[in-house]
Design a protein. Structure first.
Length: 292
């Protein structure tokens, strides 16, 4: 495994295993298989409902806890100081661990500055080894960096061949924030696994299109967390450290970037934002507590 050193000196694997849309009953088996296949970064979230399965697999794996890098994320319904602080403790309990390696704010919604302060306090208390954000596009990232006492170490955003996020990457690099790709395979959309450009590069190196995608992103200084429920694909997706793409390959990969294609989650779409905020508003009504 190769590692990226974050802005606080913590080492993060450059390739991990994502568990979004993985049913809780499958998660323990899949994470156990991923750890056996050599993965050392597991990416979960409060909203995925499967932190328990991740924790159980790690505990039973025989891999020392300090060799596994666990990421979780604070959901929108926990976006204020008190709720975020309580939810960090709840994630620690669900994961069955004394510390989480990286905690992210899942979305730039609600009282995220308050939630960020809760992460800073948990970081200082040793509950979190690193903190960061997700889905913070450049203008929100600049904002959170300006208010942070502990700068975000990572920003996890949609990144794949068809949405390479080069401008966002530049801002992150300038701010010292590591770029982590969610949906590195575009969730399988747009014919990615049969794309001609990727297939051509793959053939040249005796690899698969999936391996070319992950390799291209890693060589572009982007951390990747592909998801699969299949053991053979877990092995395929981690087998990307024995070849190198050259300048021609990377130039061909760059041509796939197409900002006109729809986003998987459009954070600039009013309907999408309203839909995500519904849960936050519901909690507010139920609890009579102001989250904004
Ligand atoms: N922060 C956020 O807001 C956010 C949003 C989305 C995702 N994420 C994180 O990013 C991780 C990855 O993103 P994602 O799960 O949305 O999508 P993804 O990794 O881009 O794509 C997963 C899809 O690709 C298929 N697949 C995986 N490896 C393959 C291979 N070698 N050949 C052919 N098909 C393959 C999987 O099918 P099978 O499972 O059937 O193999 C699944 O349908 C998530 O699991 C989650 O941890 C974060």
């Amino acid at each position: 495994m190769e590692y990226k050193v974050l802005n606080n000196g913590v080492k993060m694997p450059v390739l991990g295993f994502g568990v979004y849309q993985m049913p809780p009953e499958d998660t323990e088996r899949c994470v156990a298989e991923a750890l056996a296949a050599g993965y050392r970064l597991i990416d979960t979230a409060q909203a995925y409902g499967n932190e328990e399965g991740v924790g159980a697999a790690i505990a039973k794996s025989g891999v020392p806890r300090d060799e596994v890098f666990v990421t979780s994320k604070i959901w929108v319904s926990n976006m204020n100081y008190e709720r975020a602080a309580a939810s960090i403790d709840e994630s620690l309990r669900a994961l069955g661990t004394g510390h989480i390696d990286l905690m992210l704010l899942h979305q730039a919604m609600g009282d995220y500055p308050g939630a960020y302060r809760a992460m800073e306090d948990a970081y200082r208390a040793g509950k979190l080894r690193a903190i960061g954000v997700s889905n913070f596009y450049p203008e929100r990232l600049v904002d959170v960096c300006a208010l942070a006492e502990v700068p975000p170490a990572v920003n996890q955003i949609e990144t794949h061949p068809f949405r390479q996020q080069r401008a966002a990457h530049e801002t992150m690099a300038e701010l010292g924030v590591a770029h982590e790709a969610w949906a590195p395979f575009a969730e399988g959309q747009n014919g990615i696994f049969h794309n001609e450009v990727l297939a051509g590069i793959a053939e040249k190196h005796g690899k698969t299109p999936a391996q070319v995608v992950l390799r291209a992103l890693i060589q572009s200084d982007v951390v990747v967390i592909p998801k699969t429920v299949h053991r053979a694909r877990m092995e395929e997706n981690i087998d990307v450290f024995d070849f190198e793409l050259d300048a021609d390959d990377l130039a061909a990969f760059a041509t796939l970037d197409d900002p006109t294609l729809p986003r998987i989650f459009d954070h600039f779409d009013v309907g999408t934002v309203r839909w995500m905020l519904e849960e936050l508003v519901r909690k507010q009504q139920l609890g009579g507590e102001a989250l904004y």
